[in-house]
Ligand binder design. Structure first.
Ligand code: F0G
Length: 458
């Protein structure tokens, strides 16, 4: 059959509150044109993030009832540990309340001033945690990964030559090498198993632990199966195990590819590092058998990890983004190609070429999407990354708008509606205007900054 159906039936539903364009215009103004400041009830289709927004299955809700809330030694922990180790063969599995907590613990142990940590592209919380420790975070993604138009099957690959040179030049200050799969900040693009293995091999030669940020590991594995020579017949679970077998550790947000609404973990092979991490965990998260989570959350994750490897689900998942991408492409809207695993990224800088980067073309697209159709998306560009450490402002590498798909939440007609909103936007593209920031915090400004449309501000 040509039609890839949503491979689930819907048993419980949440009503969407419909709003009018007039109403949304007012709500947008009241939220200072920052979509993070909207109430989610005022959003029709929420594509702000795929993180923690998954629909849980009946089996996961059942597992939640099985959750055991003992402070220490809960069976929920042991089910969680074995579900993780089934896919990711690490010795120490340390639960955390979400991915960034795993990062904070890892870099409290490995970071510190004078150190530097390379990756394909660090996600913003990873970068934040590295920098908070006093270390430096460097992105070494391949050149194609920075070009929205470049057609490359693995745009999330790390540049192996640059990695080698980096380790040669800065070796003594590098505590570990990382890779993010899929590469969220670069468009949800996968890294190939060949590239992951080669990066691990280079790291090993320089005696550096190789750490995978594995938030979207199953989507990455599906891309490997679909695109990398030699893997078309390989079971997804085997690809996942091979991916992690070459690493020394991982950080994970279970809010992505574990279908959980909260949770994460840090996994390590090294006993001494793990002991230091657990000490830190007890100080900041909780006892090592719950790590900031309820026992029931651990059970939701264990069950989610069994479901995420279903190839019918992954085919539907990847196809959803492809489907939306194809329709936007047909409308002449520039997107990052090929479409990523968890999201479609609009190249706002190219689309709204009348708005310079420092007037935030991404913010203009995101606010227009909300006003016209009640769709909430996320600017990933100069608003998010434009404030540089010395306090000045510079255009980010790209001005993207991310339409992130929550897992198992929306159906094809929701996606068709999103397409229709873009169709309308395409007719008013030239009328869209830039923004200025009128108030912002010192770090992570995109979450709380207040904006004004430039025509009104000037
Ligand atoms: N690493 C990557 C690649 C991520 O995408 C995220 C979160 C994290 C780490 C941190 O995990 O949220 O559980 O603390 N990304 C979300 C997003 C927030 O919208 O892309 P967390």
């Amino acid at each position: 059959m040509k039609t890839i159906i949503e491979p689930f039936r819907i048993k419980t539903v949440e009503a969407i509150r419909m709003t009018t364009r007039q109403e949304r215009k007012r709500l947008l103004e009241a939220a200072h044109y920052n979509l993070f400041l909207l109430k989610s009830e005022d959003v029709i289709i929420d594509l702000l993030t795929d993180s923690g927004t998954s629909a849980m299955s009946a089996e996961q809700w059942s597992a939640i009832m099985r959750g055991d809330e003992s402070y220490a030694g809960s069976p929920s922990f042991f089910r969680f540990e074995s579900a993780v180790q089934h896919l990711m063969p690490f010795k120490h599995i340390i639960p955390t309340h979400q991915g960034r907590a795993a990062e904070a613990i890892l870099f409290s142990v490995l970071g510190g001033s004078g150190k530097r940590i390379p990756s394909n592209t660090h996600f913003d919380t990873t970068r934040g945690n590295i920098e908070a420790s006093g270390a430096r975070a460097d992105d070494l993604v391949i050149q194609e990964g920075l070009d929205p138009k470049a057609d490359h099957l693995f745009k999330g690959n790390i540049d192996l030559e640059r990695l080698e040179a980096y380790l040669q030049n800065h070796g003594s200050t590098v505590p570990c090498v990382m890779i993010t799969i899929t590469n969220n900040a670069g468009g949800g693009q996968p890294a190939s198993l060949e590239n992951i293995r080669a990066a691990a091999e280079i790291s090993r030669r320089y005696s550096k632990p190789f750490i995978i940020d594995g938030c979207r590991f199953a989507e990455n594995a599906y891309f490997i199966k679909a695109r990398e020579p030699g893997f078309s017949d390989a079971p997804i679970e085997d690809i996942i195990r091979e991916t992690f077998a070459c690493a020394d550790g991982m950080t994970m947000s279970a809010k992505k590819d574990a279908f959980a609404n909260i949770g994460g973990w840090l996994a390590l092979n090294d006993d001494e590092l793990a002991e230091q991490a657990r000490t830190r965990l007890i100080q900041t998260e909780g006892f090592p058998t719950y790590g900031g989570l309820a026992g029931r959350d651990l059970d939701a994750i264990s069950q989610g990890l069994k479901e995420i490897v279903d190839e019918h689900y992954l085919a539907y998942r990847i196809r959803t983004n492809e489907y939306l991408g194809e329709r936007l492409d047909a409308l002449g809207i520039p997107i990052v190609k090929p479409t990523g695993g968890h999201a479609v990224f609009i190249d706002a800088r190219a689309w709204l070429d009348h708005i310079p980067p420092l007037e935030y073309p991404g913010q203009a697209v995101a606010t227009a999407l909300y006003e016209v159709g009640g769709i909430r998306a996320c600017e990933i560009g100069t608003v998010m990354f434009g404030r540089v450490p010395d306090g000045s402002e510079a255009p980010a590498a790209m001005d993207l708008v991310r339409l992130a798909m929550p897992r198992r939440v929306y159906t094809q007609s929701h996606i068709d509606y999103v397409t229709e909103v873009f169709e309308e936007l395409a007719t008013i593209r030239e009328e869209l205007i830039g923004y200025k920031i009128v108030e912002e915090p010192k770090v992570l400004r995109h979450f709380t900054a207040k904006f004004e449309p430039l025509a009104i501000a000037s």
